[in-house]
Design a protein around this ligand. Structure first.
Ligand code: GLU
Length: 485
């Protein structure tokens, strides 16, 4: 069998949509699983949709996600150029289109917009309106065509689809798909601006670049029979097709910009870790054979098998991604975490606290980095809080019991020199056992006094360690004053 070669073929039109990232990932995994090559090809023949900066986004995203291509515009592997507009400069696509014209499988079309607009339209199964071209120009004589060309009349080149019979093609995920040829439009191969359409260029390039597996979104599924017609006309072997299922939002609508987290950059800006995003995206349409859900890229390369992909739509569940992200944070080396968390810690903290200690407190308690400021802002300033916060049913505390505990502890804590978590904890424990209380009966009021918050990263003594002696005592005194009111 020939070496597996896959490609990621983005159009440089904007941010990297989650669907595109998944396509890149699956193409990468299929190649790497078999020790094959993963290639990057830039599909920029739709010049109107080109966006400045989009190329940089593609390179940056592939690098950050670790989907390193073996060949591409920046890495020649002998199949270049890897940018379709550059390939077009040599007249490559036109050459193949002309070959089809010679064979009678394609033809020049000179119809103007007015005539095309006047053609009957039909509504496809998916509800979109399609205008089937009526093959008007197929009947032009060779002389008429030449005269038009000599005159410089604008033209496109269309495929000459058979009007009878059926075309069948096989997709690894969706199985055999058969369509009536009569439903297949004489699609345009070369546009009036001289560029090939995606429909044409992808077939030519996938063939010339020896691509063995074509991985792409299922929006291309309905066009695949047309591509097969092209392969047939050229006498080429079609690749293995792997069309990935639709990705939807929580409302089962196609994942779109509107949801605010449809692209890789959106997610990174929202504080997700790249590895977690890649891991999560891998599960959008592919099901591991056991219950494992956390996979590094290397592990994915080992276990990924496209035969276990699903055709039912995959729901992008941001809550699940948050969970996954928190798992990655917990597992992260502390120093790496600290470096990434620092800007978020500094957003909330200007005081001279040990920021590493704060980082250690939040590491196991956040889902995404932007959660940090909101969780730690009480270190900076004690929020105004209501005395009712001292009431805790389960801990059996109320305002009176809390006042008593805090007043008891104040002189003890004033005497205490060592404000490390361990030492503080030992002191409080000693008080607890001396009095025969339950832990929470003491810890709850202390934590409330030093944080002014119901939920905090870390317990009373961990917080006091960060605050230091002076600030901790100050807050306990404030708590006493509030309760005495
Ligand atoms: N250029 C197409 C896109 O960005 C790629 C489709 C394909 O992979 O063949 O959607």
């Amino acid at each position: 069998m020939s070496k597996v070669r896959t490609r990621f073929a983005p159009s440089p039109t904007g941010r990297m949509h989650v669907g595109n990232l998944r396509t890149a990932l699956y193409a990468y995994l299929i190649a790497k699983h078999e020790g094959g090559d993963f290639m990057l090809r830039i599909e920029d023949t739709d010049q109107e949709r080109f966006m400045d900066g989009a190329l940089e986004i593609i390179y940056r995203t592939l690098e950050k996600t670790g989907l390193i291509h073996d060949e591409g515009p920046d890495k020649d592997g002998g199949y270049g150029p890897y940018v379709q507009s550059e390939r077009n400069e040599s007249g490559l696509y036109l050459k193949y289109a002309k070959q089809l014209i010679e064979q009678g499988d394609a033809y020049y079309c000179f119809c103007d917009k007015e005539r095309l607009d006047s053609l009957k339209s039909t509504v496809s199964e998916s509800g979109t309106e399609i205008r089937v071209y009526d093959k008007h120009c197929l009947s032009l004589s060779k002389e008429e065509v030449e005269a038009n060309l000599a005159e410089g009349k604008p033209y496109v080149i269309r495929i000459n689809m058979p009007t009878e019979g059926t075309t069948t093609f096989h997709d690894e995920i969706y199985g055999d798909i058969t369509v009536n040829n009569a439903e297949l439009d004489d699609m345009i191969l070369i546009k009036s601006d001289g560029y090939p359409t995606y429909n044409f260029a992808n077939v030519i390039d996938d063939h010339l670049m020896n691509i063995t597996h074509v991985v792409r979104g299922n929006e291309y599924l309905s066009s695949a029979p047309k591509y097969n017609r092209l392969y047939e006309a050229f006498g080429w072997e079609p690749p293995v097709y792997v069309h990935c299922p639709l990705i939807t939002d929580e409302n089962h609508k196609k994942l779109s910009k509107r949801c605010g987290h449809s692209s890789y950059e959106d997610l990174i800006e929202q504080g997700f870790i790249s590895e977690a995003v890649v891991n999560y995206v891998a599960l959008l349409g592919w099901c591991p054979q056991d219950n494992q859900e956390i996979f590094s890229l290397e592990e994915l390369v080992k276990v990924f098998d496209f035969h276990h992909m699903s055709k039912s739509p995959a729901v992008f569940d941001i809550q699940k991604l948050k969970w996954m992200n928190s798992e990655y944070m917990k597992a992260m080396e502390f120093d790496t975490f600290y470096e990434m968390a620092l800007p978020y810690i500094q957003e909330a903290i200007t005081k001279d606290y040990d920021l590493k200690k704060i980082a250690a407190l939040v590491k196991t308690r956040i889902e995404v980095f932007p959660d940090i400021p909101g969780q730690i802002d009480f270190f900076e300033t004690l929020p105004e809080y209501d005395p009712s916060m001292y009431v805790h049913k389960k801990m059996k505390t109320n305002e009176e019991t809390s006042l008593e505990v805090l007043k008891d502890l104040l002189p003890i804590l004033e005497k205490q020199e060592d404000y490390s978590n361990d030492a503080l904890f030992a002191t409080l424990k000693e008080y607890v056992s001396e009095k025969g209380y339950k832990n929470g009966y003491v810890m709850w009021p202390v934590r409330t006094a030093v944080s002014g918050k119901q939920n905090t990263p870390g317990g009373a003594t961990e917080i006091m360690e960060v605050l230091g002696k002076e600030e901790s005592l100050d807050r306990i005194r404030k708590g006493i004053a509030l309760l005495e009111k």
